[in-house]
Design a protein around this ligand. Structure first.
Ligand SMILES: NC(=O)C1=CN([C@@H]2O[C@H](COP(=O)(O)OP(=O)(O)OC[C@H]3O[C@@H](n4cnc5c(N)ncnc54)[C@H](O)[C@@H]3O)[C@@H](O)[C@H]2O)C=CC1
Ligand SMILES: O=C(O)C1=N[C@H](C(=O)O)C[C@H](O)C1
Length: 251
């Protein structure tokens, strides 16, 4: 067998970081060489000889981590949310000076969630109405979820391409927040409930019919096949990629 890929995990003491360390340790072709958390120096990934780093930290730290990791000469798999066009653009610019380096920013590594987003984008052009509901554990820092933002952006792009106008909504009076947040013109609602992990429903409506696309992550192990696939692939895919769907052969 060839040498295992050496991997550093940032946010290793957190929920996703700890699950990722376990999954990597169980994979014979991957080796954990560094486990970093909030007080550690990102430069340790280079000292440890990591080829790939996985970031499951916090929205306020992830962009700086990625720039430091690019400088440290490693490929980066990012699961942390909180990215916007500005932060993605800065990483793209940085990567232009580091040819051959790969960075994947993926809002959701669960294969079912990736497929749900794809199905929603495919269905979007055929429905007059669409809203996204995401449901998560109450310890989550950001709302709406990165997945819901990515889902809404995909739906909005499909509607634009199909020449559809705004989603119908006659609301003229409302309590603040009652209609959720707007992402690219698509309403997104966030539920936080003890007992939940990560769930999403995309509701699509036409006169007389409704299509509901739902995905449930009942456990954080659901993200691990996607994370491990990304770790194996990122070194072969230079530049910035946004969304695990681009690493899957979805046709
Ligand atoms: N892409 C995906 O499939 C998934 C993404 N997520 C996202 O991953 C992120 C982490 O989620 P959880 O693990 O639930 O959070 P968590 O709060 O359990 O873990 C975050 C960890 O990062 C550490 N940390 C904070 N600043 C740091 C820094 N500068 N360097 C290194 N470590 C630092 C914290 O001490 C903590 O241990 C969130 O943005 C969440 O939305 C969560 C689940 C799946
Ligand atoms: O914080 C979480 O738990 C999750 N975060 C990601 C998101 O914001 O979309 C992915 C998944 O929903 C779990």
């Amino acid at each position: 067998m060839s040498q295992p890929i050496s991997v550093a995990v940032l946010g290793a003491s957190g929920r996703m970081g700890a699950t990722t360390v376990q999954a990597l340790e169980a994979a014979p072709d991957l080796e954990v060489v560094a486990r970093l958390d909030a007080r550690d120096d990102v430069a340790e990934v280079a000292t440890a000889g990591a080829q790939v780093a996985v970031d499951f930290t916090v929205p306020g730290a992830t962009e700086a981590n990625v720039h430091a990791l690019i400088d440290a000469g490693v490929h980066v798999v990012v699961g942390t949310t909180g990215w916007d066009e500005g932060s993605l653009g800065r990483v793209r610019e940085h990567l232009a000076e580091a040819p051959g380096r790969g960075v994947l920013v993926a809002p959701n590594f669960a294969l079912g969630a990736v497929l749900a987003m794809r199905f929603a984008a495919q269905a979007a052009r055929w429905f007059e109405s669409v809203e996204v509901v995401e449901l998560h554990h109450p310890d989550k820092a950001d709302a709406p979820s990165g997945t819901a933002r990515h889902t809404a952006a995909g739906i909005a792009a499909a509607r634009r391409d199909a020449g559809l106008g705004p989603v119908p909504d006659a609301t003229s009076q409302q309590l603040d927040g009652a209609r959720g947040a707007e992402v690219d013109g698509i309403r997104v609602h966030a539920v936080r409930l003890r007992g939940l992990v990560a769930h999403e429903e995309i509701l699509l409506g036409n006169a007389g019919e409704q299509l509901t696309i739902r995905h449930d992550s009942f456990d954080r192990t659901s993200f691990m096949p996607g994370v491990l696939h990304a770790v194996r692939e990122v070194g072969r895919r230079p530049g910035l990629t946004v969304g695990l769907e681009h690493y899957l052969d979805l046709g």
